[in-house]
Design a protein around this ligand. Structure first.
Ligand code: FES
Length: 66
């Protein structure tokens, strides 16, 4: 599944970046470019950074964007 459409980055790539040491969206942007575009994916990236998976109901996700 794509986690960041602007940069064509998948959730697997984001998880790999987290495994490589990414701790916030800025880190992800440097490592794999996720989040370096419009910012619409930041909420999902925050979930992935916190170890939670993507939700099928993003409108119910109250996680603050990073
Ligand atoms: S969808 Fe990730 S920066 Fe736009």
């Amino acid at each position: 599944m794509y986690a960041c459409l602007c940069k064509g980055v998948t959730d697997a790539q984001v998880r790999a970046a987290v495994g490589a040491g990414a701790r916030n969206v800025d880190d992800l942007s440097l490592i794999c470019e996720a989040g370096a575009g419009c910012g619409g994916c930041h909420r999902l990236l925050a979930r992935l950074l916190s170890g939670r998976g993507p939700t099928m109901c993003p409108e119910k996700d109250r996680t603050p964007a990073a």
